[in-house]
Design a protein. Structure first.
Length: 211
């Protein structure tokens, strides 16, 4: 068995969604002064590799703590669009993988944008799934989608149509994944968010498990 960590490290000055404050990690206690070390963490619920719940954009919708923990684990299909120059991933790009997707719980889209983590380029021009393709994925029975980008929608689309489509169908979203170049097309995904009451989103530890 091989396990690949798909999670960015939370640290000061890390990339965050524009308009969001970066995390603050302060030494609250030290071994020298107090005999033990603790950090005080101040961060937004959508910091780093994180999960979005439907409640992120829909009033009264499902929060992350309302899902069963088993919903965050299962078979995943990772599709590689890292060589694509198209702005959108369309239905026809998914159709060759119809059989695998119909048997999977999660769809992961590799754009290659994780290589720009910490650079301005991370925030622009990445390929994103189109609303039509997202609707197609919902019909196939996928329960969660993940991307190696700052958002599952393109940054120039301020209506967030893919977010809204997936949330309305009860799906959760994983953003800011990394190391997808180290996994194959099919693996088992474990992505477990912090257990926060009424969570619209939460940082998560995501891993790919391969036999």
């Amino acid at each position: 068995m091989r396990i690949v960590d798909l999670t960015h490290t939370i640290e000061p000055a890390m990339p965050v969604f524009p308009g969001t404050e970066p995390p603050i990690l302060l030494p609250a206690n030290t071994v020298e002064r107090d005999g033990f070390a603790e950090k005080k963490l101040t961060l937004y619920s959508h910091t780093g590799t994180h999960m979005d719940a439907p409640a992120h954009m829909l009033n009264g919708a499902k929060t992350l703590d309302a899902y069963a923990v088993g919903d965050f684990y299962g078979p995943a299909v990772c599709l590689d669009f890292s060589r694509s120059s198209l702005p959108y991933i369309e239905v026809e790009h998914l159709q060759p993988y119809q059989r695998q997707l119909s048997q999977a719980r999660f769809l992961i889209l590799r754009t290659g944008w994780a290589q720009y983590w910490g650079k301005d380029q991370y925030f622009a021009n990445f390929p994103a799934i189109s609303p039509a393709a997202a609707a197609h994925v919902i019909q196939l029975g996928i329960r969660g989608m993940g991307v190696d980008t700052i958002s599952i929608d393109r940054m120039d689309d301020h209506h967030f149509p893919v977010h809204h489509l997936l949330f309305a169908a009860g799906l959760f979203i994983i953003e800011n994944l990394t190391n997808l170049d180290q996994v194959g097309t099919e693996f088992t995904l474990g992505c477990f968010p912090m257990q926060i009451k009424d969570a619209d989103g939460a940082p998560a530890r995501a891993v790919a498990i391969m036999d």
